[in-house]
Design a protein around this ligand. Structure first.
Ligand SMILES: Cc1ncc(COP(=O)(O)O)c(C=O)c1O
Length: 363
């Protein structure tokens, strides 16, 4: 492994770098916002998949973590984190068994949206002798999982209440379709419509006698709207910790900086105007566009193949095989999943290497 203290240029490539100053500022900026509103932050750990970062977010005031997958939740529990929301349905025998086992060692909360899954979870929790925390996922316009708002959600809450082995905690409603709306007023309008569905469903359940402790929603793009919406108790923002070019276009996020880059080596200058680097599709994700080259005018990342990135280079730019470049990630959450480690940099030197312990834990 590379020695700590070396300059960035000595790190072998491709490598995923965190600019620690920028990441720490992002954590503090978000924590400051949540000190000013009644809702809490429960950051989404799918972005970093790395327990030490989760612990830093909690130390800054977050109430726990959100996870996309049971495997991520297990990783966080192994690292000493108890309070987590799996913002997904956990379905099928092997996973349900793992979930109720995890409930012995944590305060895990899981999302449900169907009576069959509720019955399965209840039976498994009873057999294991645990009381499993559940929230109902409500479909607020994202067109993904979730019960319809209103009566169908109340019906499912009644199914949950039939089981002493389940502990109904509240509602989850993710307005993913609002996150990347660039114009903040348009985003506010759409987000309010979504939150209206969620909070009016909470009202219906409370009128029917249910205690609704959690109303969870929101992401990086809507945290400033959802986090202020009356009735929302926690926000699941993830990307803010690193940011990416997809989010840096979105209005209202100017206080967050891009902390994540891929360090890459130029491996060839085959023709004038062309360079090839060692970061292709297996080193950098491109579903939200090709990566800008950091701090280098006249060089454009043009095409990604599996292990090659083709760069267009202006004639006056000197770029030789062996030179290193940094690529700014366009989607931080999927990039993290490509690497075993973060190389953490401050003032141009390697300060730490952190294992991305939940990388690949998509089961
Ligand atoms: C359920 C859920 N909550 C929150 C988020 C927010 O994540 P981010 O802040 O990275 O947009 C996501 C993103 O996919 C999600 O699926």
């Amino acid at each position: 492994m590379v020695r700590l203290g070396v300059e960035v240029g000595e790190i072998d490539t491709p490598a995923l770098l965190i600019d620690l100053d920028v990441m720490e500022r992002n954590i503090e900026t978000m924590a400051r916002f949540f000190r000013s509103v009644p809702a809490s932050l429960r950051p989404h750990a799918k972005t970093h998949k790395c327990p030490i970062i989760a612990h830093k977010q909690i130390a800054a005031g977050a109430r726990g973590v959100t996870c996309a997958k049971l495997g991520e939740a297990e990783t966080m529990v192994e690292a000493g984190i108890r309070d987590m929301l799996v913002a997904n349905e956990v379905v099928g025998e092997p996973k349900v068994t793992r979930l109720v086992n995890l409930a012995r060692h944590s305060d895990v909360i899981v999302a449900v949206d169907s009576p069959g899954n509720v019955r399965h979870l209840a039976e498994a929790a009873r057999a294991k002798g645990v009381r499993l925390n559940v929230v109902i996922e409500v479909e607020v316009g994202n067109n993904r999982c979730g019960t319809d708002p209103g009566r169908p959600t109340l019906d499912l809450a009644r199914r949950i209440a039939e089981h002493g082995s389940l502990n109904f905690k509240g509602l989850l409603g993710y307005e993913g379709f609002c996150q990347n709306i660039i114009d903040i007023e348009e985003r506010r309008l759409k987000t309010h419509e979504a939150m209206e569905k969620l909070v009016s469903t909470r009202d219906l359940l409370e009128d029917a006698g249910f205690a609704v402790e959690i109303v969870s929603a929101g992401g990086t793009g809507t945290h400033m709207i959802t986090g202020r919406y009356p009735g929302v108790t926690e926000v699941e923002a993830g990307s803010y910790v690193f940011m990416d070019t997809k989010y840096s276009r979105v209005e209202g996020l100017e206080d967050f900086g891009c902390a994540l880059t891929v360090l890459s080596t130029v491996v060839s200058r085959p023709r004038p105007g062309v360079a090839v680097c060692d970061a292709g599709l297996k080193a950098i994700t491109t579903e939200f566009g090709l990566p800008p080259v950091k701090g280098l005018e006249g060089v454009t990342y043009e095409r990604a193949s599996e292990e090659h990135g083709r760069l267009k280079v202006d004639p006056d730019v000197k770029l030789r095989p062996g030179d290193k470049i940094e690529l700014i990630v366009t989607h931080c959450c999927t990039n993290t999943n490509l690497y075993d480690h973060f190389h953490c940099v401050r003032d141009g030197r390697l300060e730490a290497v952190w294992r991305i312990a939940a990388r690949g834990r998509s089961q």
